[in-house]
Design a protein around this ligand. Structure first.
Ligand code: NAD
Length: 337
């Protein structure tokens, strides 16, 4: 299989490339990534000389460059992880990069898939497009629930997803869209909750929790997400949408407490800060479709065990973090502690 991985230098994309290299001897990968602040080629240092892997620095919204790479590489499959992904930046910063990558960039990929008759396009999206579950605290969004995004990030992702729907309905472009919950694991840029809290706790710094800390997220180990995506590459019918989740629902405050417990640090490090606008209370997804139709289930079901492994990975790869230190000044710049 020849596959273009857009956004392969980010958190999930680099885990997906490692997963392919470890499990698919005949794979050929082109990692097409713009290398924004979140793109990090150090995530792929160990496999950069593997003959199955190549890298090109490019923007998915740059149609000429992207199509040139696709024409040369002749992929069977394109998978898109490229995204502006941080809610805080979309609420407090410039929203235009979100629109350019998450809407215009996706549109360029769709046009390209159509033009070069690529066999399959997997577009990786987020549970945040559904908005928060208001119906009751047990409701789980289904694939055909309406979109009600509340942050510019979620709205931009929803825009890209709707473009995928329209290309399938109008042109039969072979696209599969996924909506996944919060991922954790190695190589996550330390502006996101779990690595952010881990490093602050390691340095005895306060852990800033938005609001009352009772927002609920469903946490999936990144390798379970990668396995689900591979199942979709192999088995999903074009035009289908799939939710991906592990039904591991946690309050943010409990994540903070578990991290502090694992690291032997006091709960007094938890500090409550003013909530972010448009901060959804709870996300939850129904995953019957991918489990019943395609026989996928998450394998990392012991959250505390997988979290300990994740935290140990960050502790063992402190050099990886240190090299990001210049960018670390930008992490959650709007939180005043
Ligand atoms: P990330 O921020 O770690 O990585 C994004 C990558 O995309 C970076 O390498 C960046 O350089 C690249 N990129 C950004 N704009 C680009 C562009 N215009 N052209 C080419 N490359 C570009 O993101 P992530 O956490 O790995 O998430 C990957 C995808 O999965 C995103 O689309 C996100 O919406 C989705 N998702 C993430 C999570 C999560 O918990 N991390 C959960 C559900 C869905």
């Amino acid at each position: 299989m020849k596959i273009i991985v857009c956004g392969g230098a980010g958190f999930i994309g680099s885990n997906f490339i490692h997963f392919l290299i470890q499990n698919y001897p005949d794979v050929k990968i082109l990692n097409y990534d713009k290398l924004t602040y979140a793109g990090n080629l150090d995530n792929l240092r160990d496999i950069e000389n593997d003959s199955r892997y190549s890298f090109f620095q490019g923007d998915i919204a740059d149609k000429l460059t992207f199509q040139d790479q696709v024409q040369k590489f002749e992929p069977d499959v394109i998978i898109n992880f490229a995204g502006e992904t941080h809610n805080d930046h979309s609420v407090h910063g410039d929203t235009m990069p979100f629109v350019m990558t998450d809407v215009v960039g996706v549109n360029v990929i769709l046009d390209t898939v159509r033009k070069f008759k690529i066999k399959k396009f997997i577009h990786v999206s987020t549970d945040e497009v559904y908005g928060e579950t208001e119906i009751d605290d047990t409701y789980r969004f289904k694939e055909d629930d309406p979109f009600r995004p509340n942050s510019p990030y979620a709205a931009a992702k929803a825009g890209g997803d709707l473009m995928c729907r329209a290309y399938f309905e109008s042109f039969k472009t072979p696209v599969v869209v996924t909506h996944c919950t919060n991922n954790y694991g190695p190589y996550q840029f330390p502006e996101k909750l779990i690595p952010f809290f881990t490093f602050r706790a390691l340095n005895d710094q306060p852990l800033p929790l938005y609001g009352d800390g009772l927002n609920v997220r469903d946490w999936i180990y990144v390798l379970d997400h990668c396995e689900a995506l591979m199942v979709l590459i192999e088995k999903a019918e074009p035009g289908k949408w799939y939710n991906i989740a592990s039904q591991n629902h946690q309050h943010n405050i409990d994540i903070a407490k578990i991290i502090l417990k694992i690291l032997g640090k006091p709960e007094s490090l938890i500090t409550f800060v003013e909530d972010r606008p448009g901060h959804d209370r709870r996300y939850a997804l129904d995953t019957t479709a991918i489990e019943k139709d395609l026989n996928w289930k998450p394998r990392h079901n012991d959250f505390e065990k997988a979290l300990i492994e994740t935290i140990n990975w960050y502790k063992d790869n402190i050099e990886w973090v240190k090299k990001l230190e210049k960018k670390i000044g930008k992490f959650n710049p709007h939180i005043k502690i």
